[in-house]
Design a protein around this ligand. Structure first.
Ligand SMILES: *Cc1c(COP(=O)(O)O)cnc(C)c1O
Length: 365
C-alpha cells in the first residue's frame, strides 16, 4: 500500500466514544467534539452516534460540523470576523465571546444562546504553548475585566484552562472559577468546562469527573458541557510510513517518506516522542536508527529507536497514536505529500477517505 497514510481504527475510536457516552449518561453533562483536535469526515457518523455535537472556532469548523456531524454546534472565536458572523450565527446553537467588546458588537445578531469565555487564571498546563491561562493570555475574560453590569442576553459561561490533564487539575480550576464567578453562575442556563480533559487516557478518574459534574449541576441548576478534542481521538490510530534510504553519519539514519515537521507537528512543538510499533528506545534492541523526515529541515527528526531486525529500504514504520492534532495541523511544507486518510473498519476492511497528491501543494502555493 502507498504510504504515507493515517489509519484511524473504528474499533478504537468507538471505545473512546463509549466511555464519553457513559460519562455523559452518568453525569448529565453534554459532550461535544472539539473539531480543532480531531476533524475526520469519514468517522463523523460514528462520533454523532455518541456525542451531542461539535465545538468550533470559526466559520470553517462550523460549516464542517454542519456538513458532516449531527447535533449542536457551539462556536467560540478569539475574535469573530465581521463578514463571517451572520453565517456562523445561523449555524450555531451557542456563540461564545472572548471579550465584552465582541459581545457588544455582535449581541443583537446572535440567533442562539450567548456565552462569555472567562479566564479562571489557574492552570497547570505542562507547556506555555498550550496554556490558555498563562501570563498575558488573550483567551478568556479575566475577573478584573468582567463587567457584571453588562450581561444582557448572556446565558452561559465558558472556560478552557486545561491541556492533557486529569480531574484533579479540573477541580483546582473549578475552585477558582466558582470563587470568581459564583454569583454569575447561579444566573446562567449553562456552563462549559472546555477541553483538555484526558478522559480516555488510562488511569483518568472518570468516576470523580462524574461526581464533580453532578455536584456542580445540583449546586447551580445549570447544564454542563464538556468539549474534548484529544480525548476523542486519543490512541485511535497510526501513521504508516516507508523507509526510503538509510545513511550513516556516526549513527544509522533512516529516511522516511513522511515528516515530523509536516505530519506529526506536536512531536516537535510539544515536544514528545511518538511510539513506534515493535521498536524500543535507542540501544534497547539490537539495531538502533534515527528516524527522520524527508524534508530539508535539519530538525525534521522523529527520534532514535531500536529494532530486533535491521531496517532496509522498503521497511514499514508505524507511528502509534497519530490521529488527534495531526490531520488537523499537517502541512505540505517542502512539497511533501500529505498522508492519505484511511479507516480500518470493524469488519477488517480498509477504506480510503481522502487521497492527496500534487494538487494539495499547488492549490496552497
Ligand atoms: C482546544 C480546545 C478544546 C479541546 O481541547 P483538547 O485538549 O483537545 O481536549 C476545547 N475547547 C476549546 C475552547 C479549545 O480551544
Amino acid at each position: 500500500m502507498n504510504t504515507p497514510y493515517y489509519l484511524c481504527e473504528e474499533k478504537l475510536l468507538r471505545k473512546n466514544l463509549e466511555l464519553l457516552k457513559k460519562l455523559s449518561d452518568e453525569s448529565g453533562a453534554k459532550i461535544l467534539l472539539a473539531l480543532k483536535g480531531f476533524a475526520f469526515s469519514g468517522l463523523a457518523d460514528l462520533v454523532s452516534e455518541y456525542l451531542s455535537g461539535c465545538t468550533c472556532s470559526g466559520l470553517h469548523e462550523a460549516k464542517f460540523a454542519k456538513e458532516y456531524f449531527k447535533g449542536e454546534i457551539h462556536t467560540f472565536s478569539p475574535a469573530f470576523i465581521q463578514s463571517d458572523f451572520d453565517e456562523i450565527s445561523d449555524l450555531s446553537n451557542h456563540i461564545v465571546f472572548n471579550s465584552f467588546a465582541q459581545l457588544n458588537k455582535y449581541r443583537a445578531r446572535v440567533k442562539g444562546s450567548i456565552g462569555l469565555r472567562v479566564n479562571p487564571e489557574v492552570s497547570s498546563s505542562p507547556v506555555d504553548l498550550y496554556n490558555p491561562c498563562g501570563e498575558y493570555s488573550r483567551l478568556g475574560i479575566t475577573c478584573k475585566n468582567f463587567d457584571a453590569a453588562n450581561l444582557k442576553g448572556v446565558e452561559g459561561l465558558h472556560f478552557h484552562a486545561l491541556c492533557e490533564q486529569d480531574v484533579d487539575a479540573l477541580e483546582e480550576v473549578l475552585k477558582s472559577f466558582e470563587a470568581k464567578w459564583g454569583d454569575i453562575i447561579s444566573t446562567c442556563k449553562w456552563v462549559n468546562f472546555g477541553g483538555g480533559h484526558h478522559i480516555t487516557k488510562k488511569g483518568y478518574d472518570v468516576k470523580k469527573l462524574i461526581k464533580l459534574v453532578r455536584d456542580f449541576k445540583a449546586k447551580y441548576s445549570v447544564d454542563v458541557y464538556i468539549e474534548p478534542g484529544e480525548a476523542v481521538g486519543w490512541q485511535s490510530g497510526t501513521l504508516h510510513t516507508t523507509v526510503l534510504d538509510i545513511v550513516d553519519n556516526g549513527m544509522k539514519i533512516a529516511l522516511l517518506d513522511s515528516s515530523a515537521e509536516a505530519h506529526m507537528p506536536d512531536t516537535l512543538a510539544m515536544p514528545y516522542r511518538a511510539e513506534v510499533r515493535n521498536a524500543g528506545l535507542a540501544n534497547e534492541k539490537k539495531y538502533t536508527y534515527r528516524l527522520a523526515g524527508n524534508t530539508c529541515l535539519a530538525g525534521d527528526i522523529m527520534g532514535d529507536y531500536s529494532f530486533d531486525e535491521p531496517l532496509h529500504v522498503g521497511s514499514k514504520i508505524i507511528f502509534e497514536d497519530q490521529i488527534h492534532y495531526t490531520i488537523v495541523k499537517n502541512t505540505t511544507f517542502n512539497g511533501i505529500k500529505l498522508p492519505d486518510l484511511k479507516i480500518l473498519r470493524e469488519n477488517g476492511d480498509i477504506e480510503m477517505v481522502r487521497e492527496f497528491g500534487y494538487e494539495e501543494y499547488r492549490r496552497r502555493n
